[in-house]
Ligand binder design. Sequence first.
Ligand SMILES: [Fe+2]
Ligand SMILES: [Fe+2]
Length: 144
Amino acid sequence: MAHLAWKAAMSVGNAHIDHQHGHIIYLVNRLADFQGDREVDKRDIYGGLSDLTLAMTRHFHDEEQLMMTNGCPWYETHAGEHVWFVEKLTEMMLMEEQVMLLRSVSFLRDWLASHLAGEDLRAAPYLREPIQHTGNPAHKPEHR
Ligand SMILES: [Fe+2]
Ligand SMILES: [Fe+2]
């Protein structure tokens, strides 16, 4: 299966987000390599999916926080796509058949390629501020 590659044209103008995108592409490519590997075992695939789920969850959180802070008008639609994708990843983790699981990797690659080059780039003007790691994202200072 063809590998994805991060290109400068995919930059959203924020090094942190670009780095996360590059790492996610690396993890999807690693999963794609399992497709041609006869020795691969289910635990390897689950391990790869679990690394990807963790990286995506962190990334979606950071991306959504920036979009919300910067007042992106279509924030909710974009966040809805993220939720949908995490649901698909979760469904994959529940698959019993190794063959089905490996076939599903193509879906991950295709979704990612179109989301990064489409929706994330469209949101680039709202992703340019550096991320602030302030602990609990739900926490907002109270006004007294
Ligand atoms: Fe996104
Ligand atoms: Fe993204």
